[in-house]
Every structure is written in C-alpha cells, then in structure tokens.
Design a protein around this ligand. Structure first.
Ligand code: GCO
Length: 460
C-alpha cells in the first residue's frame, strides 16, 4: 500500500531518513554502505570436503570407521573432482574475484616420496580454469587431512612430518608456482590439533595435551619451513608478488561474570589455543608450554594475517582439571546457528582490530560463514559481518579480502553432510547445485562491493 502511493526512490529516501532518526536514538536499523572498489570477495572450500573419490587419506579411514555423526561419508562429497567447471560457473554467477581452495596431499604424494603427476596436472588445470574465469586462487597446502602413509607414521606427532611437509611444498610450488602467488600453508592448526589430539573426535583420535603440544611444535616448524620454501621457489622463478600466510581460527573469549579469575582463564585459554600458534607462526617464537626460543631463527613468517572467524565462547571457572579449569559455553539467550554457535558479528571486528593493531599487516578474512540449513538467517549473517568489515576499513584497519565459508554445502567433518554452510544448496542424492537466496544476496554484494538500499529491500 505504502509502496503503491509513492515512487520507489522516495520510499527509499524516506526509509533512510527514518533509519537515521532511529540511529540517533540508539536503535540500529539496516543501512546501505559501500566498500572500497579494490576490496576482494570470494568463497572458500577444502579439498577433502568437496572433491570425493580419494581413499588414501585420514578422513576417508575415519569415516569408514563409523565416526561421522550422521553416518554420511566423504567418499563422494560434492564430486567436485569431476565437476570443476560446473563449480567455477557457480563462482562466476556469484561474481567472486578470489577463491580459497586446498590441495589433497594424499593425491599428490600417494606414497611416501612418490609424487603423482596426474594429480598435480589436474590441480594445474583447475587453477588455469579459475584464472581464465577471472578468479584468483589462494591455495592451502594442508587443510585437516593427511595421506595414510603419513598418518601411519604418527601424523603430526612425528618430527619427520616437518621435512615431509617441506618436501611436499617444494614439489607443489615448483609445479604450480607459475600460476599461484597466494598461499596458505596450514589451515587452523589449533582446531586440527584440539579436536584430533585432545578431544579425540577427529583423526588420529588422541586425547593428550602432551600430544597437542608436540603437534603444535611440529606444525609451527612445518609452517616456517614451508613459508621459506614457497618464497625460495617462486623467487627463483622470478616472481616478487608471493603472499604466504596461515589461516588462523580465532575466537573471542569473554568472561561470564567478569571476575578477575574468569579474565585470567580467558587469557590462559587464548594463550593455549591461539597465542602459541600466532607467536610461533608469525615470528618463529616457541612459547611455554610448547618450547622456548627461536629454533629456526627470529623472522617474519607471514605476508598477510589470515583470520577464520565464526563465534565466541563465554568462559567461567570449573573444578575440572581436564578442561584446564575453564568451562566454555555459549552466551545465554544469544542467537545461535544450527550447530549452536553464537552469532556474534562484533567478534569479527574485535579480532581483526586486535591483530591489526598488533601486526599492522594486511588482513584476509580467510573464512567466515554459518550453518543454516533453512537459509533463514545467512543473508543477515553476511550483512552483519560485512558491516563490521566496513567499520574496520573506516577505522583504517587494512582488511583486503573476504572469503565466505563456503561456496556450497559440503562434508562438514564429523558433522557429515547434514550441516549446511553453503551459499549454494546441494542435493546430495543428485549432486544438483542451486544458488540460495543468501547466495543471490552475496552475488550482488560481490558485484557492487556494496549493500544498496535496493538489496536491503529485496533480501533483508
Ligand atoms: C574450519 C574449517 C572448515 C569448516 C568450517 C565450518 O574452520 O573448521 O576450516 O573446514 O568446514 O570452519 O566449520
């Protein structure tokens, strides 16, 4: 009714006028906003979660052993290995300019020391297709899965893993370095090690803090060696534009009641789950209880600071020593996603600001997204988080890229195929892909580098 009496532009003007009044009153409504033209949007995936067809990795075995909660499997996943072109078409429809993907180590080095040229040729072809489509790849070397030969030698508890990873890096970069300038060495070392070596829920199913710390040390060393190797190989090729980093999973930890003890517990948790990796992987420093000093030399081992941000934890005291006296829970009455994770956009701001103030290096948001099978709140989630990105940029924080997790619904590790993070919906019986409403919103956001009044009206 309102709309039929007034021209559209007038309606929008009127709404933004009302909106401003609300903002002045401290009530926030939705605003249009614009990001810089050179800001880059894309999506992120991981090979094991989408490719299918590989039986030679730790996650295939884990699924075979019956650990996946919904009894699904990664053996087909999205069949992306055979549908690369179809999936690049989807990225084009989403107007993405960048894409974060990972390589399956077990395909590239199926046996210890033996490389498979067909696999690397396949990835080279995929990367060339992306570049032809105007999409720049950011390639991750390790995203949670290991070749079985490596897993059977003790995975990341074996100190040899460091040189295995360096050798794999050298092979990959010598083959793909001509086309790929942006690299992530290791994805979320903290998540991989916590769930696989402390909680025992992911392969290799260990439950030992000692193993966690041992794995942390090896992953830190592997990152540094891999960082140096990528630069060395590409520099020899004559390139000067190499960008290498880690995709750190970073959470906000807030005290439940704000007591001094809880604040201390937040700091401890942050130190043990985040800080040890940050200091190790950015400057080569081993800190207590991982180690001490700079075993590979003090340096700067990152060219961008990669942040995977999803949620925050509320911390309180518990007498349970196995939880290190810190109980983590979701904030009471907070909005949550399908997996029960708090939706907390402000956390993205807090994390980016904190590490930018500390390192003054470019930030890539290497993952951010949510599990929403009904696509009921994903559009709002994207809007809220990108609004925080805008706020950061306005305050001079150098956030350059945003990779939405994820392109399409896929194999969500122990949760299986039923946890839905995609802006593209996948029917796992037919493997048919369909862009969700939130995906249409994201496509417009990527195209305009802005949320316009029209988009708010249409999608929000
Ligand atoms: C991670 C991984 C992704 C997940 C995503 C949603 O952050 O755990 O990088 O592989 O699928 O985060 O849980």
């Amino acid at each position: 009714m309102f709309q039929t009496l007034m021209p559209r532009t007038l309606v929008l003007k009127y709404l933004s006028y009302i909106n401003n009044i609300f903002i002045t009153l401290g009530v926030e409504l939705m605003n249009s906003f614009k990001l810089p033209e050179n800001f880059m949007f894309g999506t992120a995936t991981a090979s094991l979660q989408i490719e299918g067809g590989d039986k030679n990795n730790s996650w295939y075995r884990w699924a075979e052993q019956g650990h996946i909660k919904d009894n699904t499997h990664c053996i087909v996943a999205n069949d992306h290995w055979n549908r690369v072109e179809e999936d690049i078409e989807l990225m084009k429809k989403l107007n993405c300019r960048v894409y974060r993907m990972s390589l399956e180590w077990s395909r590239i080095e199926p046996e210890k020391g033996k490389f498979n040229s067909e696999a690397i040729e396949h990835y080279k072809w995929e990367i060339q297709k992306l570049i032809e489509a105007g999409i720049n790849p950011l390639v991750t070397l390790h995203h949670f899965s290991n070749p079985l030969w490596m897993e059977d030698e003790g995975a990341w508890l074996n100190a040899e893993a460091v040189s295995y990873f360096e050798r794999y890096t050298e092979y990959v970069v010598s083959k793909l370095g001509e086309h790929v300038c942006d690299w992530v060495t290791i994805n979320e070392p903290n998540v991989y090690l916590l769930i696989g070596y402390v909680f025992g829920e992911w392969p290799p199913g260990k439950t030992s803090i000692k193993d966690y710390l041992k794995g942390a040390k090896n992953m830190i060393m592997a990152h540094i060696k891999s960082y140096n190797k990528i630069h060395e190989v590409r520099t020899k090729m004559g390139f000067r534009d190499t960008m290498v980093g880690v995709a750190f999973h970073l959470r906000v930890y807030d005290p439940k009641h704000g007591t001094a003890l809880e604040k201390r517990l937040c700091k401890n948790t942050d130190h043990l789950t985040q800080e040890i990796f940050i200091q190790g992987m950015t400057e080569g420093k081993l800190v207590f209880p991982v180690g001490s000093g700079y075993p590979l030399g003090k340096g700067k081992y990152f060219d961008f600071f990669g942040i995977n941000y999803y949620t925050r934890d509320i911390i309180s005291f518990t007498l349970n020593p196995s939880q290190l006296f810190a109980k983590t829970e979701v904030k009471e009455d907070a909005p949550v996603n399908d997996l029960g994770w708090e939706l907390y956009p402000e956390g993205l701001y807090r994390i980016c600001k904190k590490y930018y103030d500390r390192f003054k290096q470019p930030i890539y948001i290497t993952e951010n997204g949510t599990c929403d099978s009904k696509d009921a709140f994903r559009t709002r989630y994207i809007y809220d988080h990108i609004q925080q990105v805008k706020r950061l940029i306005d305050e001079g924080v150098d956030v350059q890229r945003y990779y939405h997790w994820t392109l399409m619904d896929n194999f969500e590790w122990i949760e299986g195929l039923s946890a839905r993070f995609g802006v593209v919906e996948v029917n796992f019986d037919t493997l048919e892909r369909k862009i969700r409403k939130s995906g249409q919103f994201y496509a417009e956001l990527c195209k305009h580098k802005a949320v316009t009044d029209e988009m708010i009206e249409k999608y929000l």
